[in-house]
Design a protein around this ligand. Structure first.
Ligand code: G3P
Length: 194
């Protein structure tokens, strides 16, 4: 009991570290919460600073999902709670305790959380994202299509994780509201090579 509660709280606190904000500070870039799309995530860091800071942001945001779920898995925590721990890491990224609760969209963190328990699914999600991105060059569209398919993939490959995958997909979709409006009005920006 106590171990699970501790793991959930740790996942939230770990997820709360905003890689995008810290890496932009480190590289002397504008604050990603108030520049570009105003989103602290790897896509916006790429817009603001190009490949290297974006890759670092992506990697640290992936780790925020990966580390808590992996750690909990090795501690013998059961699948249901691993799903909750993954949700907690994503909630940390979206509502970060140390950054005035103004976080990102949790695409990278969700992917990281998937790896330790369902790597086949993680690879399929990456393939889906890459395919949509290659065709459209729109990061948000790639994320929206990917999270729409994620529950079906889960039901097919890892049915025990279908419920947490649905929860995370709904969260990510909800965080893409402004992107959905921009996509519908044709104002969403394509990612240009930096
Ligand atoms: O992962 C976030 C991405 O889907 C959209 O980012 O900055 O274009 O709103 P952004």
């Amino acid at each position: 009991g106590a171990l699970i509660v501790l793991a959930i709280i740790s996942a939230y606190l770990f997820g709360s570290i905003s890689s995008a904000v810290l890496i932009c500070r480190l590289f002397g870039l504008p604050d990603p919460r108030t520049s570009g799309s105003n989103n602290p995530g790897a896509t916006n860091v790429y817009r603001l600073g190009g490949k290297i800071p974006a890759a670092l942001t992506l990697w640290f945001d992936v780790l925020k999902g990966m580390v808590p779920v992996w750690g909990s898995y090795f501690l013998g925590i059961e699948p249901f709670y691993l799903g909750i721990i993954a949700v907690a890491a994503c909630l940390g990224h979206i509502f970060p305790l140390y950054f005035h609760f103004r976080g990102g969209k949790a695409v990278a963190t969700a992917l990281g959380a998937m790896f330790p328990v369902a790597w086949e699914m993680a690879l399929l999600l990456i393939a889906t994202w890459l395919l949509v991105f290659r065709v459209s060059r729109v990061s948000s569209l790639a994320a929206i299509v990917t999270v729409s398919l994620a529950p079906f993939y889960a039901y097919w490959i890892k049915p025990q994780y279908t419920v947490p995958v649905i929860m995370i997909s709904v969260l990510i979709m909800w965080r893409h509201q402004s992107n959905i409006v921009r996509l519908r009005t044709g104002q969403e920006k394509r990612t240009r090579r930096q």
